[in-house]
Design a protein around this ligand. Structure first.
Ligand code: F6R
Length: 404
């Protein structure tokens, strides 16, 4: 039932604080089990291959970034490619099928290929009793509740949150064969929020400034240093942080402002890259406007040729590597493109550099992509509403794609 809402999509966007609470309940912390996986259960996993389609593929990509940052070799493949051209698989490979419905034919075909190999398989799905849940060796449920709108919204957030918990479980279990390059830097993920993070780090390393004096400055870095905060703390705060974004009317204003662009480009790096792809997918799917997502650093390798004053560039910032993304933004800005930044509240340097800014509460950069994405869901929703599109049932699309 839509109730007071005119579309299921809008209802499902608004439901995200609740659906995320369901997703994470009882699953946070080093000793927490994740459905089939008690501590230690994933110790012998060396490599992880995600297979998925569409929005679920973007969540899978996001998950693969989180695993690589933990020293675990991980890759995400589109299921329609993997099913007919799989990567090499061994008994130390875990193939993870990410699928909201658990019935997507391409994803099931990939799962069957993996089941016929020595690899172990896992379904990450929303639907208990779905084909994916039944056919994989194990299943983890994202607990988002039913999603009616064809455009996936709350299930993306719950997929990413689940994959973040899964990444922590794998890391605690000692999975993987490698050491993440720049692991030291990754250790800083708890402190790297906003453009000043590296400066903060340097200062902290080079002086005996106490955590307490950092705290006086009120930075997230300081909060973490004093209360021992981790990704887990950020995860606990996530439902409330999402509620803040859902209550923000910034995306509605921007949808009104940019109605006549030729194209909408979405860019990001790290976990911001899959979020850029997802932002573009949602936008094209329900507005029927031309939208594309790119890795921010890829713009100059071709797409920049398309950038004009009629290209709106939406740039995702997570509080990690933001200087680099800002550099890519300037490449587009100097061609006259209006820039919409989506990033943490405290990233003042970003805010000052872009034309419009949609902010979200400061959080761990690994989870920032979830918050940024909620703004992008709202941007697509309002842009589609202005154009009077069939938001819950976009033309040519179905909720569950059961043919290959
Ligand atoms: C886009 C969307 C689709 C699905 C894709 C996979 O908004 O919903 O791209 O994500 O068809 O579906 P599932 O997750 O059910 O395998």
């Amino acid at each position: 039932r839509k109730g007071v809402y005119s579309h299921f999509m809008r209802k499902e966007i608004d439901e995200q604080p609740t659906s995320l609470r369901q997703t994470i309940e009882g699953r946070i912390g080093d000793e927490a089990a994740l459905d089939a996986f008690p501590p230690g259960a994933l110790a012998d996993v060396e490599t992880v291959v995600f297979v998925a389609c569409g929005t679920s593929y973007h969540a899978a990509m996001y998950g693969s970034v989180l695993l690589r940052r933990r020293g675990i070799f991980a890759t995400a493949m589109r299921a329609n490619e993997f099913a007919h051209d799989p990567t090499p698989l061994s008994d130390r490979t875990l193939v993870v099928a990410v699928t909201q419905s658990g019935e997507t034919a391409d994803t099931l075909a990939s799962l069957r290929v993996a089941n016929a190999s020595p690899a172990r398989t896992l379904a990450v799905t929303n639907v208990i009793g779905s084909s994916a849940a039944r056919e994989a060796d194990d299943a983890v449920f994202i607990r988002a509740g039913p999603e009616i709108g064809v455009a996936a919204t709350k299930t993306f957030s719950s997929q990413v949150a689940t994959l973040s918990l899964f990444a922590n479980r794998l890391e605690c279990d000692g999975a993987g064969i490698g050491t993440a390059l720049g692991r030291e830097e990754i250790g800083d993920r708890d402190t790297a929020v906003g453009l000043d993070a590296s400066a903060d780090r340097d200062t902290a390393a080079n002086s005996d400034r106490s955590a307490d004096s950092d705290a006086a400055e009120g930075t997230i870095a300081a909060r973490r240093a004093t209360d021992g905060g981790t990704v887990s703390d950020a995860m606990r705060a996530l439902p409330d942080d999402v509620a803040t974004v859902v209550a923000d009317d910034g995306a509605a204003r921007l949808a009104e402002r940019y109605t006549d662009a030729d194209s909408y480009f979405f860019i990001g790096r790290g976990v911001g890259y899959p979020v850029a792809l997802e932002g573009a997918l949602k936008f094209k799917e329900i507005t029927y406007e031309h939208a594309e997502g790119f890795a921010a650093g890829e713009l100059k390798h071709g797409p920049l040729a398309l950038v004009t004053p009629s290209t709106v560039v939406v740039a995702v910032f997570t509080g990690r590597d933001d200087e680099r993304t800002l550099h890519n933004v300037r490449e587009a800005q100097s061609r006259g493109a209006p820039i919409v930044g989506v990033g943490p509240e405290s990233a003042t340097e970003v805010r000052d550099a872009v034309d419009q800014y949609l902010s979200f509460p400061d959080t761990d950069p690994e989870l920032a992509g979830i918050l940024a994405n909620v703004h992008l869901q709202l941007l697509a929703y309002h842009a589609a509403e202005i154009r009077d599109r069939a938001i819950d049932k976009p033309r040519n699309l179905a909720k569950s794609v059961t043919v290959e």
